[in-house]
Design a protein around this ligand. Structure first.
Ligand SMILES: C[S@@+](CC[C@H](N)C(=O)[O-])C[C@H]1O[C@@H](n2cnc3c(N)ncnc32)[C@H](O)[C@@H]1O
Length: 260
């Protein structure tokens, strides 16, 4: 298994919590769960999203699979229809045809073999069940006005993630992954993230991006992709960007939904 590029220290877990605050409501809409659904989240992290899914599938059951003990230790189960299991997405610990809905979010970029994970999601899904995925493609992240050093390191971040066994551009590959994974009709969509000066979400979104870079800082330096000075300059650029009255950022998540 590849190394998880963001790690699981307290600052990173706090970043993930905040990212959940921002991105869970639209993702739950995209999932459109029913009260009796039997649901699996693959790579459930801190379990925040799975817990909200369990509120909606109130008469069903939600299971989160996660391989990191550190993430599992932070999970607040708190609901009778929710459980978390330690396991690897490449080899899900469930029988064929078990779940009505299987989803993952921000996972495929981190696994060493995204295709085998999608095949596993297909295997554990009941016939007629749905798979929903939301993933990342770092190439579509834009800032204006430009932050040149930050931008250069952002691209390097993609390279280091690849070196560690992941894929920072996996979002654009969802159609291939789903079709090769056995799904017939696949629906692709994009979910936009526009955050600009004056919006309540602006600082949260930009600091999330900065933390992504900074949590991978030691790997960027260790693999020769960045110097500590460049990382400092990137931070200065972003701090300045945050004070600009006309600063804007543009991004979208890649989504795919398909039935078995
Ligand atoms: C960015 S977090 C996303 C967590 C959650 N899905 C969310 O949206 O908040 C990615 C999670 O996937 C987990 N992960 C990475 N590779 C995995 C694998 N092969 N099997 C299970 N979990 C994995 C990591 O430990 C991490 O908790």
């Amino acid at each position: 298994m590849g190394k998880y590029v963001h790690g699981t220290d307290a600052a990173e877990q706090e970043r993930l919590r905040k990212l959940n605050e921002l991105t869970n409501p639209p993702f739950l809409k995209f999932l459109h769960l029913s009260p009796h659904d039997h649901v699996l989240e693959v790579g459930s992290g801190l379990g925040i999203l799975a817990s909200q899914a369990a509120e909606i599938a109130a008469h069903g059951r939600v299971v989160g699979v996660e391989y990191s003990m550190q993430q599992l230790a932070e999970v607040n189960v708190g609901r009778p229809n929710l459980e978390f299991i330690r396991g690897d997405a490449h080899s899900l610990p469930f029988a064929d045809n078990t779940f009505d809905v299987v989803y993952c979010r921000y996972l495929l970029e981190h696994v060493s073999d995204a295709q085998s994970v999608v095949c596993e999601m297909y295997r554990v899904l009941k016939p007629g069940g749905r798979v929903c995925v939301q993933e990342n493609d770092i190439a579509v992240f834009q800032l204006y006005p430009d932050c040149p050093v930050w931008g250069e390191l952002w691209t390097k971040f993609g390279e280091v993630q690849e070196k560690l066994g992941g894929d920072a551009y996996v979002g654009r590959k969802l159609l291939t992954l789903f079709r090769s994974g056995g799904f017939g009709r696949v629906e692709l969509s994009l979910h936009p993230e526009f955050h600009y000066a004056g919006m309540e979400t602006f600082e949260l979104w930009i600091r999330n991006a900065l933390l992504i870079l900074e949590t991978s800082g030691p790997d960027l330096v260790a693999h020769g992709f960045a110097t500590p000075e460049q990382l400092k300059t990137a931070r200065v650029e972003i701090e300045k960007f945050l004070t600009l009255p006309d600063a804007a950022s543009y991004f979208y998540w890649n989504r795919a939904e398909a039935r078995k």
